[in-house]
Design a protein around this ligand. Sequence first.
Ligand code: RIB
Length: 312
Amino acid sequence: MSAGDEAASRPVLVAGAINTDLVARVEKAPEAGETVTGSSFAIFGGGKGANQAIASARSGAPTAMLGGLGDDDFGRERRADLDAEGIDTASVARRESTPSGVALIVVEEATGQNRISYVPGATRTIAADQARDAVARVQPAVILATLEPPPEALAALFEAGKQRGSVVILNATPEAIGARPFLGQIQMLIVNETEAEDLIDSPVSAANGEDAALALSRLGPKTVAVTLGAAGAAIIHDGETATFPAPRVEVVDTTGAGDAFCGAFAAELARGADPFTAAKVGVAAGSLATTVPGAYPGIPRRDAVQRLLAER
Ligand code: RIB
């Protein structure tokens, strides 16, 4: 990336979880009451919010994080990870009496698909004032939030963003239903197939991604991206739809792929790209993220994403 590219990008503020991922690789994920023997175990930095912030930073946008960590080893390690990426962590609170977030992840060897249980810990302590202060301090062009912070913090964040004229993107994850109260307040929505289904109450697949995006845009946001796994993403913006198929890659671990999409999408918007270009870049970033084990290690840099796009 040239210095000129960096200068062109305006700040992105990302709100969400910062976790430590405890990851077991197994041949087949266990059913209820079953124990399976895994082949390997690793600890990675994770958390949807942190993954998205890293994706934004590695895409060349000046990036700040709104979040919470405990006063514990995981918290210190994750803050150091974000600092090392050049992410502004001044709005990441350190809580003495609440532990840092942790995710237990099982990844299936053959497909790279995961199953995740996570405990948010200090992410659930993000406060409304903390959100307002972050917007006042960072002056973000783009705000990207998951549903991991408490609803009152999100409401304050979105209101402050609106007052400031920031583009507000909500990634309606992990439990999409929590997005309902905010759909009239945000300009852009990003969901995967399952999250889209939960919000429109009807089946969503690669075959009807654009229809789902249209149905979701009728609920409020004028721009909606529906990520479709290996099929890429469908997007609607100002009533126009498009689908961007994912490049074929060798999938090792899908953890963080959706987050790579969101962070790269936000960073492209911050440098002035239109939402269709941003979605195309996001799809390529998400695909590359599946080729490396672990959340933080898998998130690609902008030059790698641009190379993949140029090869197609
Ligand atoms: O989206 C992937 C992330 O979800 C993981 O890094 C894990 O922390 C979970 O919250």
